[in-house]
Design a protein around this ligand. Structure first.
Ligand code: GDP
Ligand code: IMO
Ligand code: MG
Length: 438
């Protein structure tokens, strides 16, 4: 009964979409278990960029795609995505995509409330994606949310949407906001969305359990990243869902013993979009920051969901060790090694100075007080682009680029199984067992 779980190890945008697309060649089913359209997973295929917000990144490999119970689904966004892929001749029928009947539904008023709550935080916003994620999970916890199963009766669903939207409008008015929403058209549209989405809604827990019993390979696709986890991330600057590996079985309705392997994806540096501490952050306009953002190039560090330029910094090994522990990592995948090429030197944060002590592992209150941690760096020599060879015949990482990977392996105590060196599906170099040899 094998399910592999892929998680982001940093603050999201580690390149999960690209790696899921690559790994799903060997999977039968790709399943998202949490988050919503706050995610933006990029897959380049034959030079064309595709961004998936709700649909799993196995879609372009022709795999069965499941949207699990732990997700919050915006029907308008999902239909936009479905229609966009259908227009490109990709099969997006209910035979290819399933939505858990237990997933929660994001309404336009959830999005408006997200904006209002951010405004209400004044000078200390979270920097959310304003996709209505927090308010939808809050409604789930308040036990007044709408579940996908309700769409099976579109007329009744329309009434339920109308009721919840009117409660939301009252809340928005308390913020002094009269949203520019055509309320009647707003809820009526949901009847139409329900009509279209009803055939996709299934008991995906039963479906996935049966597939596992029959020997299928499932790849669970994480969204966001470990440091955005609502419990184990840099709270309060986090998302509102669980993003770590142990939440995959929960979000998909599976026996937690079905997890075979946990694969973590990390960039060779650090990025963050939105607010919150980031110890290794570089000044936004510095030469190295611009280099790491790859401005104007494919793979540019710009939010795939909001278009915001990402904050960038050097690779933070204490945080990576923390993420490896909290996820129970089996394998590490590093992305964007190519982006570091051409720098004179590369830095890694080896430890922090915190309260006068040098610390290597995050314990106790440190994750909560990350802003008070001072990174202790080690510099190593950079490498030219030709140290990374990724042709059809020959794929290797040489010289200082190879040593960099080896240093990360040593620091984390984990093998690096794959290194991604470009945006395309084939820009991936598999480990030959020991990077030290390169
Ligand atoms: P995700 O949310 O984790 O799926 O990551 P995003 O898609 O939001 O952001 C990752 C960005 O990096 C995308 O633009 C990818 O196309 C790009 N990318 C992924 N891997 C690599 C790589 O190895 N090299 C380069 N240059 N770009 C990459
Ligand atoms: P993927 O799956 C990067 C960040 C937001 C904000 C915080 C809370 O593409 O890696 P939310 O809208 O979830 O309430 O915002 O979390 N955030 C992400 N950052 N990648 C993501 O997803 C993110 N999803 C949420 O920027 O700081
Ligand atoms: Mg992303």
């Amino acid at each position: 009964m094998p399910m592999d779980v892929l998680v982001g190890l940093q603050w999201g945008d580690e390149g999960k979409g690209k790696i899921v697309d690559y790994l799903s060649q060997d999977a039968d089913i790709v399943a998202r278990w949490g988050g919503g359209a706050n995610a933006g997973h990029t897959v380049y295929l034959d030079g064309k960029k595709h961004v998936m917000h709700l649909l799993p990144s196995g879609l372009l490999q022709g795999k069965m795609c499941v949207l699990g119970a732990g997700m919050v689904i915006d029907p308008e966004q999902l239909l936009k995505e479905i229609d966009g892929f259908a227009a490109q001749g990709i099969d997006v029928s209910p035979g290819r995509i399933m939505i858990s009947s237990l997933a929660h539904i994001v309404l336009p008023t959830h999005r408006a409330l997200d904006g209002a709550h951010e405004g209400g935080r004044g000078k200390v916003p979270i920097g959310t994606t304003k996709r209505g994620i927090g308010p939808t999970y809050a409604d789930r916890a308040r036990r007044r949310g709408l579940r996908a199963v309700m769409m099976k009766d579109p007329v009744k669903f329309g009434q339920q949407v109308r009721q919840l939207m009117s409660e939301h409008l009252d809340e928005l008015r308390r913020f002094g906001i009269e949203p520019n929403l055509n309320f009647h058209a707003g809820w009526h549209k949901h009847e139409e969305y329900a009509n279209r989405l009803a055939p996709y809604i299934k008991d995906t827990s039963v479906y996935l359990s049966n597939c596992l019993l029959a020997g299928a390979n499932i790849l669970a696709e994480g969204a966001q990243g470990t440091l955005l986890d609502v419990d184990y991330g840099t709270y309060p600057y986090v998302t509102s869902s669980s993003t770590i590996a142990s939440s995959a079985a929960l979000g998909l309705g599976l026996d937690s013993r079905c997890i075979r392997k946990v694969i973590g994806v990390a960039k060779c540096f650090q990025t963050r979009v939105g607010e919150g501490p980031m110890p290794t952050e570089l000044p936004f306009d510095s030469v190295v920051a611009k280099h790491l953002r790859s401005e104007g190039k494919p793979g540019e560090e710009k939010g795939a969901t909001t278009g915001r330029p990402r904050r960038v910094g050097w690779l933070d090994l204490p945080l990576l060790r923390y993420a490896a522990r909290i996820n129970g990592l089996d394998e590490l995948v590093l992305t964007k090694l190519d982006v570091l090429s051409g720098l004179e030197f590369v830095r890694t944060c080896e430890s922090y100075k915190y309260n006068g002590e040098e610390i290597f592992d995050l314990q106790g209150e440190v994750i909560t007080n990350l802003k008070d941690c001072v990174p202790q760096y080690q510099d190593s020599l950079g490498w030219p682009a030709y140290d990374i060879v990724c042709g059809k015949e020959l794929k290797e990482v040489r010289g200082n680029a190879g040593s960099y990977i080896q240093r990360v392996e040593r620091a984390i105590g984990m093998p690096v199984s794959l290194v991604s060196v470009g945006v395309d599906r084939n820009d991936v170099i598999k480990s030959k067992g020991n990077w030290f040899l390169f």
